[in-house]
Design a protein around this ligand. Structure first.
Ligand code: PLP
Length: 429
């Protein structure tokens, strides 16, 4: 189904109509490891990528394939690769085009788990992550050299909730021949980074796409809009024979199948070798999640606006952090990139600091106290004593976490009940 359809429609119909064998309307869970080849010629063609088809569930599966096609269409990309977690998706997205001795430039404003992966684990692989402040997009240009393979940023990173300048950084990258990868986990439906010039997007599907807090997963989407051949010097891994796949040159090998060199390489080399596959059952759970994603995201965003308005007027709160309440360049970036809402995340700083933060969380009755976002239920956490507790006070402040900072992920409960729970917890301080 063409991706010119609206997101609500794509999420229900893209990539699947009915199972060809059983006519099942719900996407079946293809709980199988392997697939019968029609003939030796068919098998040889599949392995040689002369035709695409199922070989083995570590590298593809029909349930995953529906999820991949739907999310690729939702994001405005050409193809996708489902993986076992968001972390696996972040790693593969970069590792696919960045080898030992190479570097990439990343926003300082990213999820802590991604930071650790990029700053420490990838360093042990010989890949250098150069962190730059996204407040000035030109910082990306300044950090670029001949071995820079990509830029990386998060659409709506918390705790600062300052929208990443996707269009600006993508434009710099296109001038220099560097593709932008965007983690769009916190803004599905609201933002389509590929439309703003990003080459690749990824999601932790664990969050909004699953939506119900049941399954860990990740996905990478190939925008199909980056000319890897034009920048052959920078991307030898896509333009010279790959010894791990009997000399395939990825920009040539799959050309008849569309502009999918990047994503096919990730599938048939990285996923083949590292094996971070999404289980068919989890793919099914994410397909269920996708069907109501647009409804949920819009309701969560509408509720979050009401919560932010309420918090911004509360006498015990020093500051409310929410894209809709920002001013100047931050607000301009938010409005340029987010459509139909500002997401479900709301931060605030309690005047009473650390102790007030703790007490507030302990006083909540309906909100769950968890290290997660994007669930249908409303969630809260006090980063200074949990997710950011390993950082020094100075480091915490740098990441935007003050002692009294509380992060909320607003759910789809009735807004009156959400506000009532916040109100009684604030009254307890
Ligand atoms: N990216 C973002 C923005 C996240 O919030 C998370 C998890 O919190 C991840 C990536 C990692 O995803 P996962 O937990 O599915 O590995």
């Amino acid at each position: 189904m063409a991706s010119s359809k609206h997101p609500e429609t794509i999420a229900l119909h893209a990539g699947y109509r009915a199972d060809p064998t059983t006519t099942s309307v719900a996407v079946p869970i293809y709980q199988t490891t392997s697939y019968q080849f029609n003939s030796t010629e068919h098998a040889a063609n599949l392995f040689a990528l002369k035709e695409l088809g199922n070989i083995y569930t570590r590298i593809m599966n029909p349930t995953q394939a529906v999820l991949e096609e739907r999310i690729a269409a939702l994001e405005g990309g050409v193809a996708a690769l489902a993986l076992s977690s968001g972390q696996a998706a972040s790693l593969f997205a970069v590792q696919n085009i960045c080898h030992a001795g190479d570097n990439f430039v990343c926003s300082t404003d990213i999820y802590g788990g991604t930071w650790n992966l990029f700053a420490n684990t990838m360093k042990t692989m010989g890949i250098e992550c150069r962190f730059v402040d996204p407040a000035d997009p030109e910082n990306f240009r300044r950090a670029t050299d001949a071995r820079t393979r990509c830029y990386y940023g998060e659409t709506l990173p918390n705790p600062k909730l300052a929208v990443f300048p996707i269009a600006e950084v993508a434009k710099i990258g296109r001038e220099l021949g560097v593709p932008l990868i965007v983690d769009n986990t916190a803004a599905p439906i609201l933002c389509r980074p590929i439309e703003h010039g990003a080459a690749i997007t990824m999601h932790s599907t664990t969050k909004y796409i699953g939506g119900h807090g049941t399954s860990i997963g990740g996905i990478i989407v190939d925008g199909g809009n980056f000319d890897w051949e034009k920048h052959a010097q920078r991307f030898p891994m896509l333009n010279t024979p790959d010894p791990s796949y009997h000399g395939a040159v990825w920009t040539q090998a799959v050309k008849p199948l569309g502009p999918i060199a990047y994503i096919i390489k990730a599938r048939v080399t990285l996923l083949r070798d590292i094996g971070a596959a999404m289980s068919p059952f989890n793919a099914f759970m994410f397909i269920q999640g996708l069907e109501t994603l647009a409804l949920r995201v819009r309701q969560q965003a509408a509720n979050a606006i009401r919560v932010a308005e309420y918090l911004s007027k509360h006498p015990k709160i020093a500051r409310t952090i929410f894209p809709g309440l920002q001013t100047g360049e931050l607000k301009r970036r938010a409005d340029a990139h987010l459509k139909g809402g500002y997401g479900a995340l709301v931060g605030f700083e309690l005047k009473g600091g650390r102790e007030a933060g703790r007490k507030f969380i302990d006083s909540l009755k309906m909100f769950y106290h968890v290290a997660n976002i994007g669930d249908v239920r409303s969630l809260a956490i006090h980063p200074a004593t949990t997710t950011h507790s390993q950082l020094t006070a100075e480091e915490q402040l740098k990441t935007g976490v003050s002692d009294g900072y509380v992060r909320l992920s607003i759910g789809i409960e009735h807004i009156d009940d959400i506000l009532a729970d916040l109100d009684q917890a604030l009254a307890a301080l």
